[in-house]
Design a protein around this ligand. Sequence first.
Ligand code: HSE
Length: 291
Amino acid sequence: MIISVPATSANLGPGFDSLGLSLDFRNTFYISPSSMQSIKITGEGEDFYKLKTDNAFVKIFSTILDNQNLKFSFEFENKIPISRGMGSSSAVISAAITAAYYFRYGNIDKQQVLNTALYYESHPDNLTPAIFGGFNVAVLERNEVVHTKFEVPDELRAIMVIPNRSMSTKYSRQKLPKKYSTQDSVYNLSRSSLMVAAFSQRKWDLLRVASKDKFHQYSRMKQFPILFAVQKLALEKGALMSALSGSGSSFINICHKDDCLQIAQALSDRFRGFRVLDLGFDNDGLRVEHT
Ligand code: HSE
């Protein structure tokens, strides 16, 4: 079986734990029954010994499959950077559940994959676009995800700036305020609503105001202050919006197709130690490429 899952970018500024979109940049997972269990990793994480000995995909897959007599060979072609806020865990979790459901029950239901995935990652803002593609609003209701999606057109691209250090989601969540003022809550919910309207009506000029946030970005960026300079330069060079991708450390800079080359160039000239990727958006989400 071959499954591919796209990278994602969550929060998009004010939509904390709710908004997310998917990027045209995929990890591919190859799973086949075999006489011997084996794991091969190429690309991101190929040098991390621990990823082979204590692999999240294999653990989730084996738990759901629950059959000790079957052995598999696993090959993972990883493009999504690890611990950079681009949804690498969501890709692994959703692919592992999909593969296990296929080998156990012979069918796959994306909604069921999403609801099961919540057990392994408690916020749905990366999982939902990873599985369904596009720009998503995701809401938790009684341990299930209620969600809706808009397709993102070709006229937009994302310039991802990927720093050379990671930021842990778990650690940075602990540092966030436990309470928010009414004023800050209104600030975020009004902008998050505006962002949904911008994507639904394709009014891209709204994104700059819509992407401002008072919940999480400042306290996270303070841990790695060069990110303020990334955001400033991207906006100066014409990005429609510039936001921390998930809990960081990457930044997503959304721009018109015609502007992306010069924005990407300016960012890579200035932040030489960081990777800069010029990516399109994805509207498919998780794909079973072959069974
Ligand atoms: N929304 C999460 C956070 C990251 O900001 O901590 C992605 O699930």
